[in-house]
Write a protein of this length. Sequence first.
Lengths: 143, 247
Amino acid sequence: MAKANPLFIDSTKMTGDSIGTQFEVSKIAIYEDEVLVVLITNHLNEVTRTLMNLNEDMGYQARVWLGHQKTFTYQFAIEKGGQRILQSIAKKARAQYAILEKWEPVLAEPDAVAEGEAAAPAPQTTIPEHARTVANLIEKFNF
Amino acid sequence: MSVVSVINQKGGVAKTTTSLNVASSWAAMGKKVLLIDLDPQSSATKAIFGDQDFEKTIFDVVMGACQIEETIVHSEPFGIDVIPAEILLSGIDVQLAAHFGRETILRRKLEPIVRKYDSILFDCSPSLGLMTVNALMASKDIIIPICPEYFSLKGIELILDTLQNIRTGLGYKVGIRGVVITRFKDRRIAREVIRQVQETYGLKVYANYIPDNIAVEEAHHKHAPVYKYAPNCGAAKAYTQLAKELW
């Protein structure tokens, strides 16, 4: 998350005031049976999914109400038939008037990677019975 | 009616020269023009009025010490109205740091006079500070003068970053009218830079390049627009044509 330059922070808003943040994604092609959504986790850990609409001048856009200068996480995703088919990397930002992005999908699906890691067997930490004492080792391996 | 900032965060690119000569050429076209000097070094003020002191300047307007109408001075040689600057502008960021709505002071102060002019031009300071942000928040669009050299591309990147920050942080979209080529010398590197400005950044470059010409500097010393000081020189003709192109 980039540091906030105080020159560009609206002095008429208190931190946490409700602010309509415009999300815009350019350089993206969405086919007829697909939709683009923005997934947001706000500073209260509330998750929202908002459909983005095509605007001729700005590309895909959506407006979401957030707490001014509060940190939140956002991610863009293309969905088809309710299934997520492509997504951008999840980013943290401070809520301001606009978030402008060029579409950059991540090729490996982060959720799948995370699940894969969770499913992998945990490293064995139990010490086998024969290795617990030197006497056992001598007996087992005939030292 | 248009409100335009002449801006480049890089210094020495003929911002003031462009502001003065374009404003004056517009006045010669019969337009009513106001030039607001926002540079603490007061280059535009000094180029027009010499070492004349002004009791009320744009600093007083922004600080709320007087009404904007009280600061307007007419220049006969240039045919324009001017709001002068002064060195105290350099400390204004500190003075206004805690001011509610500090980014839009200028926009609010312009309100009583904005419809009296065909065009209002801000001659911005080369640094990015609160007055530059105020100028951008009060402008419909900007004109970027550049000398076509390697560092001018970096200057354009800085401006584009600033405009994006204004959009994201303050919620205001400033348009870019185009890029004015100043101090032009017909060399391969200059042509290459101009091509990059058009192709890499997708910006409009005005067709009338201002040639490097000593008459422009001399005109400042004579406190006159270059089209009056040396009407037959290339720079004078280029500024006159550029003003028509910009209008």
